[in-house]
Unconditional design. Structure first.
Length: 109
């Protein structure tokens, strides 16, 4: 094992001196800002993840609602259902072909 000089053994003490600490205050502040940004980024990512989950759940509910309403519209637009719906209004289904009015016939003066 190599022997270290006595002077090298005490070099770590200069890192704890007042002068060294004061000289490195900007670096410590930089590290503190980085730590705050890192924590903020973690919280922001969690918030975005929760929002995405809530939005996906809301979209799924809207899809179910859309499918339900669409099936109701298709059911109500059947001919038999339309007849039932307009019966209280006094309307009835035609049993004969409708009369066509032709406006292209020459008018007599």
């Amino acid at each position: 094992m190599l022997a270290q000089p006595i002077g090298k053994k005490l070099d770590w003490k200069k890192f704890l001196s007042h002068e060294w600490v004061v000289r490195n205050i900007p670096f410590f502040l930089f590290l503190a800002v980085l730590a705050v940004l890192y924590i903020y980024n973690g919280h922001y990512a969690d918030k975005i993840t929760r929002k995405i989950g809530a939005t996906e759940k809301h979209i799924k509910e809207l899809e179910y609602e859309y499918k339900t309403i669409k099936s109701e519209v298709i059911f109500r637009s059947k001919a038999s259902e339309l007849v039932k719906a307009v019966e209280p209004l006094g309307l009835k289904e035609l049993t004969v072909a409708p009369v066509l009015l032709d406006s292209t016939i020459a008018k007599a003066p």
